[in-house]
Design a protein around this ligand. Structure first.
Ligand SMILES: Cc1ncc(COP(=O)(O)O)c(C=O)c1O
Length: 438
């Protein structure tokens, strides 16, 4: 990490050069592609982003849970450099190469369960989810997929159908893919109920709506991401997984946001010893290079006919080199422990904020959410959430919001972040919360 790990503000945020680029962008980039903070980046390292105006921002978002190993991590940059000079692409479906195999070997070793596994590599999270559904339907011969309230699985047609939130993800974009059914998710801050009880209700809903023998798979984020960093009550995931196992229904864990040490373990399923039949990964897998995977039981994956899985770029050798470097960094630097240390540092501080505008501070490891409400109620307050986020942005701290109700601030710092820098970012956030809630 050669770039200084410090927050430096030389101009207002966004500065004049960013604003000028933003004007150019309006004339050429589709309006539907939005940016949380239109500050244009020239360089990034560790937990800091440098912009075109000479400002340095603290990164508490990791490009949405991607740069877990830090931006431009040397363990990623060096093998990528080597790979790009050796060859850039052949297409694994035409003439294969070894680092695709190595990524699949790592996935088999790291994902939950010690059964025999196979993986297929793709480009994006949504593509991995699409393929997991495809595999589940083919392997079971059943049509239905069960998804949950508050779920987010992507922006393609099938993943829009699987995603719960209408605006901005679905509204006006239908008709959607059929045979998707939605059931309740355990949301302790709002339902206050034991995990097993909510699971029973979800299962009853499935039994009544369609019957287990119609269900190919239950698809779930073990901790929901875009939906609001919702961590189900203990017992919820194991109860759903057990029902799946008892009924020949596949349990697909979407660990695209939670995976690769983010929650203090390699995967969030590890916390409750849940072993999915299929697991989708992306984001943190390759330190910023586009790569995604479906990893699953060998017999399910091998039930797919030749050429039924793939894509021109899936498992591109440069992305695979990045993934092997990122995984090495996670292992050698014990980034699961680093994520736990971040949680231990951040959660008590945020819990001490003690304002009626906070319904809940929750999270595991370095995946932390703060849910804002109108004081003394459970009514979501998305306006307050936005104001707090914008204040942090103006002061050089990149933080993200999320939630079905748009009322959750989510913290996803790079797992390698310098603790002094993290504390500085937190102080900015805590001050913004105090200013907007007192
Ligand atoms: C849980 C989950 N699934 C799927 C996706 C879609 O991934 P991508 O944006 O790479 O298509 C995301 C992205 O945020 C996600 O968080």
């Amino acid at each position: 990490m050669t770039t200084a790990q410090a927050r430096v503000l030389r101009t207002e945020i966004p500065g004049p050069n960013s604003r000028e680029l933003q004007r150019r962008r309006a004339a050429t980039v589709a309006g539907g592609v939005a940016s949380v903070l239109p500050v244009y980046i020239t360089e990034a390292a560790g937990g800091v982003l440098h912009d075109v105006d000479g400002n340095s921002l603290i990164d508490l978002g990791s490009g949405i849970a991607v740069t877990n190993v830090g931006n431009a991590a040397p363990e990623v940059v060096e093998p990528v450099r080597r790979q790009v000079a050796e060859f850039t692409h052949t297409c694994f479906m035409v003439t294969p190469y070894e680092n695709y195999l190595q990524v699949c070997e790592e996935l088999a070793a790291l994902t939950p369960g010690d059964h025999e596994k196979r993986s297929a590599l793709f480009n994006s999270g949504a593509e991995a989810v699409e393929n997991a559904v495809k595999i589940a339907r083919r392997a079971t011969g059943r049509p239905a997929i069960v998804a949950f309230d508050h779920a987010y699985h992507g922006r393609t047609n099938l993943t829009m159908a699987l995603t719960a939130k209408s605006v901005p993800y679905k509204h006006g974009f239908g008709p959607f893919a059929p045979e998707v059914y939605r059931v309740p998710m355990s949301y302790p801050a709002r339902d206050g109920r034991p995990g097993e009880q909510v699971a029973r209700e979800a299962i009853e809903r499935i039994d009544k709506q369609l019957g287990a023998d119609q269900v190919a798979a239950v698809l779930i984020e073990p901790i929901q991401g875009e939906g609001g960093f919702i961590e189900p009550a203990p017992g919820f995931l194991p109860a759903i997984a057990k029902w799946c196992a008892d009924n020949g229904v596949l349990f697909i864990a979407d660990e695209i946001q939670t995976g690769f040490c983010r929650t203090g373990a390699w995967f969030a399923c590890d916390h409750e010893n849940v072993v999915p039949d299929l697991i989708t990964t992306a984001k943190g897998i390759a330190g910023g290079l586009p790569l995604a995977a479906v990893t699953g039981r060998a017999e399910l994956m091998d039930a797919m006919p030749p050429s039924s899985l793939g894509g021109t770029y899936g498992g591109n050798p440069i992305a695979c080199a990045g993934a092997l470097g990122a995984i090495r960094a996670m292992r050698e630097r014990d980034l699961a422990a680093a994520a736990r240390a971040i949680g231990d540092l951040v959660l008590p501080r945020l819990r001490a904020l003690n304002t009626e505008a906070i319904l809940d501070v929750r999270g595991r490891g370095a995946m932390i959410g703060i849910e804002f409400v109108k004081p003394g109620t459970t009514e979501p307050d998305p306006e307050l959430t936005t104001r707090i986020a914008e204040t942090c942005h103006a002061r050089g701290v990149v933080i993200l919001t999320c939630g079905t109700y748009g009322n959750v601030i989510r913290l996803l710092p790079p797992l390698v972040i310098d603790h002094a820098l993290l504390i500085e970012g937190l102080e900015v956030l805590e001050r913004a919360i105090r200013e907007h809630t007192s």
